[in-house]
Design a protein around this ligand. Structure first.
Ligand SMILES: [Zn+2]
Length: 326
């Protein structure tokens, strides 16, 4: 794993030297989850969040709303402007306590995707995630590295080394007990800078549900958001980023104007309004440097390189393995 990490840093440094730290021609859409100090992969420390927002301000980034992005920039180049969109998934109360005052200080708009059945409660779905990860750990006890197929649930976490994965499970147990935003806080945040959209009713893996179950998730969350906020939620965000052409068309048919995925990539050719790629902002060992990297053209090049390597691996290496097994 250390070699892999060193390679990643090496590639990042090479891209930096190649001048890749220029502003890209696309709008990065940042994804945050919980703003806390657990050290989880899905968390960002409050101090780091403030530093990141201060960096955007200092560098003259214009933070635009998701609605503005869809209306004016989807699939278009930015003409050299520094634009960025900020999104939060799940709707933790700490978004109100730690992120909202900072967003207000800098006058930055943001979007929060809420799991409507958990508003005012706890992130119930995390208990299932934790059980799945613990089960995975038990079956991989002997291995130092966790290995899993990218098709597996929670593949990013399962690809962490065992020790890190165990620490992650402990952090997730703390987050599973965190309170979520309630309707009073949502009302206060939505008065100005913050827009609220749907992240389903119960946070399931949509691709594993039948059409009518997906419809039910969309309908129930929509009805609650419309009743509480007085308007329909325009956008949707796939729980776990789990989506397929079938779920995309169901979301479209439910009347949403667009949907966000969680794919760690930018589609530089065109953006699909129903599977918008976003950049996850996670805790970082490299501080602000990683955040700067993710906003840069170097990051786009890095993702292109990863895509090419994955293609080569799938096309040639796996063919050899299959051929060797025959
Ligand atoms: Zn989520």
């Amino acid at each position: 794993m250390k070699v892999k990490k060193l390679l990643k840093i090496g590639v990042g440094a090479l891209l930096y030297l190649a001048g890749g730290f220029r502003v890209p021609q696309r709008v990065p859409i940042l994804t945050y989850h919980s703003i806390d100090t657990t050290g989880s992969e899905m968390s960002v420390f409050p101090g780091d969040f403030e530093q990141q927002m201060a960096y955007l301000k200092r560098k003259g980034y214009k933070v635009i709303s998701l609605q503005d992005f869809y209306g004016r920039y989807l699939g278009l180049k930015t003409g050299g402007q520094r634009l960025v969109v900020i999104t939060f998934d799940d709707g933790y109360k700490n978004n109100f306590e730690h992120a909202f005052p900072i967003l207000r200080k800098f006058d930055f708009p943001a979007s929060v995707f809420v799991v409507t059945s958990c508003v005012g409660g706890k992130p119930k779905w995390l208990n299932e995630v934790i059980a799945d990860l613990e089960d995975f750990c038990r079956h991989n006890q002997a291995k130092k590295e966790s290995v899993c197929s990218s098709k597996e649930r929670h593949s990013f976490l399962k690809s962490l080394p065992q020790l890190k994965l165990k620490l992650e499970i402990e952090a997730l147990k703390k987050i599973a007990d965190f309170p979520m935003l309630d309707w009073v806080e949502i009302g206060e945040m939505s008065k100005g800078l913050i827009s609220f959209y749907s992240h389903s009713s119960t946070h399931p893996h949509l691709i594993e549900l039948t059409d009518s179950q997906v419809d039910q998730e969309l309908r129930v969350s929509n009805e609650i958001l419309e009743e509480k906020l007085g308007k329909r939620a325009e956008f949707f965000c796939y729980p776990y980023g789990s989506h397929s052409p079938r779920t995309e068309s169901l979301v479209r048919a439910a009347g949403f104007a667009g949907a966000c995925a969680l794919d760690e990539d930018w589609d530089s050719a065109c953006e699909d309004p129903f599977s918008l790629k976003r950049i996850p902002i996670r805790k970082s060992s490299f501080g602000l440097l990683e955040f700067k990297f993710k906003l840069s053209r170097a990051y786009l090049r890095y993702q292109e390189l990863r895509r090419t390597l994955r293609f080569v691996q799938a096309r040639f290496i796996s063919v050899d393995v299959v051929a060797g097994q025959r």
